[in-house]
Write a protein that binds this ligand. Sequence first.
Ligand code: ITT
Length: 200
Amino acid sequence: MTLTLAPGLKIVAATHNPGKAKELAALLEGRFEIVTAGSLNLPEPDETESTFVGNALLKARHAAELSGLIAIADDSGLSVTALDGAPGIFSARWAGPTKDFTLAMKKVEERIEETGSKDRSAWFTSALAVCWPDGGPAVVVEGRVDGTLVFPPRGDKGFGYDPIFVPEGRDLTFGEMEQAAKEAISHRTRAFEKLKAALF
Ligand code: ITT
């Protein structure tokens, strides 16, 4: 069986994160008809896997089964070298039930200070998974962007940890960049390029 995604297909973006939904829509825009898991009132599954890839597959499979549509899911996060890769797959959970990323960014800063390390390097990972409602073989890919953390946070564009992340070779944080500038180099775009090579 050849797995391809024909233009014009209706696809569910299996995310309840508005920042992510916006970026996924920009990547898929014009090629497919996108509906979000939120607009279909699909419940959020528990992210019980221990890797980005595992959780992306879990979310895409869940949305495809419930909606009867092809589903794309992103599992992503910030990994900090001085924290041995934390928060990683727990990036959303560090913001607590109220999804307070000011708090989460403060926690990253405090945890790094506690280690005494001067290393401020970090990276974002995005795993993108596509699943079919008939349970056919899924496709999953991963992208990464490396950078440096800065404190205090800068910029109010983007979402999540964007205000503390300066990508390699740049001066602005993702939080200070326009969406298109972030999209040109982001972990999500890098994963998406691999997905395109596999499916479009
Ligand atoms: P869904 O599972 O519904 O997609 P979520 O926010 O729970 O939404 P994740 O479990 O993948 O998604 O958590 C990833 C977290 O990592 C996310 O909440 C962001 O705070 C952070 N993150 C991921 N990509 C990011 C990006 O491009 N910029 C800033 N923060 C990002």
